[in-house]
Write a protein that binds this ligand. Structure first.
Ligand code: SF4
Length: 253
């Protein structure tokens, strides 16, 4: 068993709790063009969004309060940090605060994905003590040109390391990324939404095949199948190869 629930395996959501530790973000590359988080913030009329664009980037202390020990017995949670906790507008203490808090939630897990790999490298270099083992860092890239983010993450010792190729917007050869040495987990998925860009099933399948060969667990979040976006693995057209595997790091529930 893992900390994820049956519905996670069905719907592809690889976290049980989303947490907006950062309000706002700025685009890094072409995969940000239809940023889901920004669209949601605009739709919900969140502060700091004008004409569909964020105007500020700042730490969100209210979200930080959610990372606390509760007084009742509960299932361990898998947190996914939304927006980019390594954004250059944040101070190191803003990035460090939620990670440090995870020490007091040893059964929970926190997933931090970033497109700012170099900033992550600088952050890790600044640390004076190891990060809690229940935090995993991932680099996100959906284009070949940004694949070197993995090399940066791979060079950082002692971390649980994830690669997210979502949204995948072109075919990609991950043979220089997946190997017996890692990463610990690969997440792959097509872009969603009305403005989604093409993602052939074969592109995602090629990545899953490479992960299988290297012994790296893969999680297929969503696919474009015959013009539809499909997340539900009980959909009659969901292919058998589109696995939802998890790393040991998520086991223990
Ligand atoms: S880095 Fe992530 S949160 Fe920031 S703009 Fe890009 S997609 Fe959105």
């Amino acid at each position: 068993m893992t900390r994820l629930r049956a519905e996670n395996y069905r719907t592809g959501k690889y976290w049980t709790h989303g947490i907006q530790l950062v309000e706002g973000c700025t685009e890094v590359d072409a995969t940000c063009a239809h940023c889901w988080s920004r669209q949601m913030a605009a739709r919900l009329g969140r502060q700091g969004v004008v004409d569909g664009q964020w105007t500020t980037v700042r730490a969100n202390p209210k979200a930080l309060e959610r990372l606390q020990v509760t007084g009742y017995k509960r299932r361990p949670r898998v947190w996914s940090a939304w927006n980019d906790l390594l954004h250059e507008a944040l101070e190191w203490k803003d990035t460090f605060a939620p990670l440090s808090r995870m020490r007091y939630l040893p059964d929970d897990r926190l997933i931090v994905l970033t497109k700012r790999a170099e900033r992550l490298r600088q952050f890790v270099r600044e640390l004076t003590r190891p990060l809690p083992a229940n935090v995993a860092f991932g680099v996100s890239f959906g284009q070949r040109v940004n694949m070197d983010r993995w090399a940066t993450l791979a060079s950082l010792p002692g971390l649980t390391r994830i690669v997210s190729v979502e949204p995948l917007i072109e075919p990609m050869d991950l043979s220089a990324v997946v190997s017996a040495d890692g990463p610990d987990w690969v997440i792959v998925g097509a872009e969603t939404g009305s403005q989604r860009r093409r993602c052939d099933e074969e592109w995602a399948k090629a990545i899953v095949d490479q992960c299988t060969q290297a012994g790296v667990p893969a999680w297929v979040k969503g696919l474009q199948i015959a013009g539809r976006v499909v997340h539900d693995n009980q959909d009659r057209e969901w292919p058998d190869w589109a696995v939802r595997q998890v790393p040991e790091w998520l086991e223990g529930e």
